[in-house]
Design a protein around this ligand. Structure first.
Ligand code: GLU
Length: 319
């Protein structure tokens, strides 16, 4: 069977198996997210030649939420270098919810860049002349990957700005420890805007394919993140990208990935392709149920678990 045919069959299998699975709850703590349609479901895979294979609602827009933490981490690595970033934010999983408030380690350092404590710190670290300039730098990076400028969902942004009290508490705690450069409110505005960037399953698969392709976007051929940082980013995604479900994910799926509360999952198959999924209902840990299950099916059918010993694009079915 040809590689492409195997990928298309796996996409169809994942989609048809999970389409009618209506378990899980939509995130409502950001009120605007409650408007999502629980039946929306799309999957996309983009290979290193920039070809996308899609099924379902793969082009439906939704706010990127926590998945934005990945690219911002990459930009901060570029701005500061790996040692400086590691001094300021750790790389250890927390085993706690993404918005846990007290997770600074013994040195008043956030434990990793995928939790809100670490992500708010990292967003503040983007080298720009003002919070607006930092946002422009982030948006420009998306444009260099996708080939078009992303939009921000201002309704989602405002909704989170009005109700994001836990994140406000985190930002003030970080200010208390002298960790932030900008004021807590300015960093929060920036962070909430980056979380409100509109994306789709297809765009997430393109973002992931850039990471799978040593930092070069297969769509624009632009080098967006230096190759030397890709392994760092993928390592943190692997250990910390799925909230407190990262261990189960590593075991069952085995791909560096990041999920978000709006129902997106972005997963990377290094050297092969990127995967993007959207389905809003979440499990108790905040991960998209159809998204997690779909990645499990793709990983199994296509032999894409990172710890699988194989070298071809689509190895033999490992069932
Ligand atoms: N903007 C959301 C928050 O900070 C992102 C959370 C997520 O997707 O995990 O609460």
């Amino acid at each position: 069977m040809k590689d492409i045919e195997a990928v298309q069959l796996a996409l169809e299998a994942a989609y048809t198996t999970l389409k009618d699975n209506d378990s899980g709850e939509i995130a409502t703590y950001i009120p605007a997210l409650a408007k999502a349609d629980p039946n929306s479901f799309g999957i996309a895979i983009t290979d290193l030649q920039g070809r996308s294979y899609k099924i379902g609602d793969s082009d439906l827009p939704f706010s990127i939420q926590s998945i934005s933490k990945v690219l911002t981490y990459g930009l901060a690595l570029h701005d500061h270098g790996r040692d400086d970033i590691r001094e300021r934010v750790g790389i250890e999983p927390t085993g706690e919810a993404f918005d846990a408030i007290i997770k600074l380690d013994d040195h008043n350092k956030p434990l990793n860049p995928m939790t809100n404590t670490g992500a708010i710190t990292i967003t503040d670290m983007i080298k720009g002349t003002s919070p607006d300039n930092k946002l422009d730098i982030i948006l420009n990076a998306y444009e260099r990957i996708l080939g078009h400028a992303p939009k921000i969902d201002m309704e989602v942004y405002q909704s989170e700005y009005d109700t994001g009290h836990r994140n406000r508490a985190i930002a003030h705690l970080l200010t208390h420890f002298g960790i932030l450069d900008e004021t807590a409110n300015d960093v929060l505005r920036l962070y909430f805007k980056q979380c409100s960037i509109l994306t789709s399953a297809t765009e997430l698969s393109v973002l992931a394919s850039m990471l799978a392709n040593k930092g070069v976007s297969p769509i624009t051929n632009e080098s967006v993140i230096q190759q030397k940082y890709i392994r760092d980013i993928l390592s943190v995604m692997f250990s910390c990208g799925l909230y407190d479900g990262a261990g189960e994910w590593a075991f069952e799926v085995g791909m560096p990935a990041k999920s978000g509360v709006s129902g997106g999952i972005m997963a990377v198959v290094p050297g092969k392709c990127g995967i993007g999924i959207f389905s809003p209902p979440l499990d108790a840990r905040g991960n998209s149920i159809r998204g997690t299950q779909a990645c499990k099916i793709l990983s199994k059918r296509l032999g894409w678990h990172a710890l699988e010993c194989s070298e071809s694009f689509v190895p033999q079915n490992t069932d």
